[in-house]
Design a binder for this molecule. Structure first.
Ligand SMILES: *Cc1c(COP(=O)(O)O)cnc(C)c1O
Length: 442
């Protein structure tokens, strides 16, 4: 907690803090939102950086197709399906007793190959970028080679001289760990107390060292950073500040644009696109939103959704204090069943870079996450983890913003479903039945 005097001063300046501390589900739309043409300059990265990331992933596709047979069908491209959700839209609408104008869609990052979450974008990108740099420097590779050669035992032996470390609540660890280990890196994942046992077990089965902490995400990240500082051969994947992670996520923007075009969905000045993204430290949703703004400009409106127990990005952006404030500072515990979002202190890099590009922020209770998860399974058959359904809670706040009203009838609402396909069946059954129970007692 902050000292009482500074907390009182902060509360006086930002009345929203009291409602956050009371764990009320709420939303806040950002008065600083600005045209993309102007605000994209805040980021310090541009479309050429995203194009370079995209080209690098294309170079690695032959390697990925060889190393991970589940990516063979897409030629080593790690991408997720985009699907309409008519039954979920009808059920949500009935439950809310209000129409949801426009059409609802789901982006199934829950089913991304290799690590089954949105982290398969940024995490895998950062590992392959690091590997490429080492291999190029050592003369083992040129950019024109077929990167499938990186799957050889000799190259694995070379990467074995190097280490990778990361701090994670679970899914980033899975992504970095599986990819790092497959290339041959000595990989260590520092796991926060929120991390699910099956994620640790899976990593250990891949030969990854998993170090467990009784404390939260920020401590796990700090320990990972320290390990890397003591070891010059160790690359630390910095979830709070990494530009590479951010660019790996941003590649999604252009790809989504192609997917909507292929489905015949129009996004233009009269047909706005609303994208609802679950937010933890901010890198995943921030990077995706950056890519979306580059691809769609002012036609896309991004909304971040966080658990009521972990509203770190909302708090950081709203107060302008970014990483200098944590949810614990205002008396919130950062304890949530949405383990992927259990972050108490936001990325200052993302908060500042995207300050004028994110339309709004909303919070959602854990109970509501379970209900949404159960409703999605019941109506559409998709089984997502609690963190991954947070986006659904952003829809009503958008419908209530009068500024959006004129074009809502033509809107496309896209919920970014961020994880879940690797959750063990028994654990998923437990999530679903908990949600069904909560719905029955509603
Ligand atoms: C990590 C994660 C997020 C949020 O990403 P951040 O980069 O932490 O903001 C959302 N959903 C799931 C399932 C995640 O694992």
């Amino acid at each position: 907690m902050l000292p009482a005097s500074s907390l009182a001063a902060l509360r006086a300046r930002f009345p929203l803090i009291e409602r956050l501390t009371a764990l009320q589900p709420l939303s806040w739309f950002n008065p600083a939102i600005a045209p993309a043409a102007e605000a994209l300059a805040d980021v310090g990265l541009d479309k050429d950086d995203v194009a370079a990331a995209s080209a690098r992933l294309a170079r690695f596709a032959p390697f990925l197709a060889r190393a991970f047979p589940e990516t063979q069908a897409t030629g080593g491209v790690i991408e997720s399906p985009l699907l309409p959700l008519p039954a979920m839209q009808a059920a949500l609408s009935a439950r809310l007793c209000r129409e949801i104008p426009g059409r609802l869609w789901l982006k199934l990052d829950s089913h991304l190959p290799i690590s089954g979450s949105i982290k398969a974008r940024g995490g895998i990108y950062e590992v392959v970028k690091h590997a490429e740099g080492l291999a190029l420097d050592a003369g083992l590779l040129s950019e024109h080679d077929d990167y499938a050669l990186l799957a050889s035992e000799a190259v694995r032996g070379f990467f074995g001289q190097y280490a990778i470390a990361v701090g994670s609540t679970g899914n980033l660890g899975l992504s970095i760990g599986i990819m790092g280990a497959r290339l041959g890196f000595r990989t260590t994942v520092h796991m926060s107390a929120d991390a699910r046992q099956w994620k640790k077990d899976k990593l250990r089965a891949h030969g990854v060292s998993v170090i467990e902490y009784a404390s939260d995400y920020s401590v796990a990240v700090e320990q990972g950073r320290r390990q890397a500082e003591d070891d010059p051969t160790c690359h630390f994947v910095d979830d709070e500040n990494s530009h590479d992670l951010f660019l790996g996520y941003a590649v999604a923007g252009e790809r989504l644009k192609q997917q909507f075009e292929a489905q015949g969905v129009l996004v233009d000045a009269d047909h706005p696109l609303f994208v609802y993204l679950p937010c933890g430290v901010g890198g995943g949703p921030g990077g995706v939103a950056f890519g979306l703004k580059l691809a769609f400009g002012d036609r896309v409106h991004c909304v971040f959704v966080e658990p009521t127990h972990s509203p770190c990005m909302l708090l950081g952006v709203h107060t302008g204090l970014h990483e200098l404030i944590s949810v614990q500072d205002i008396g919130i515990d950062n304890i949530t069943a949405a383990d992927g979002l259990a972050v108490g202190r936001p990325s200052g890099f993302v908060g500042r870079a995207m300050r004028r590009l994110i339309d709004g922020y909303a919070t959602v209770s854990d109970e509501e996450l379970f209900r949404l998860l159960a409703l999605l399974e019941q109506t559409e058959g998709w089984r997502l983890e609690p963190s991954a359904v947070a986006g659904f809670a952003g829809i009503v706040p958008v419908l209530e913003q009068s500024a959006y009203a004129p074009n809502l009838g033509n809107a496309t609402h896209l919920v970014w479903g961020t994880g879940g396909s690797m959750v063990p069946e028994a654990e998923m059954d437990g999530y679903v039945s908990r949600g069904q129970g909560l719905m029955a007692s509603e």
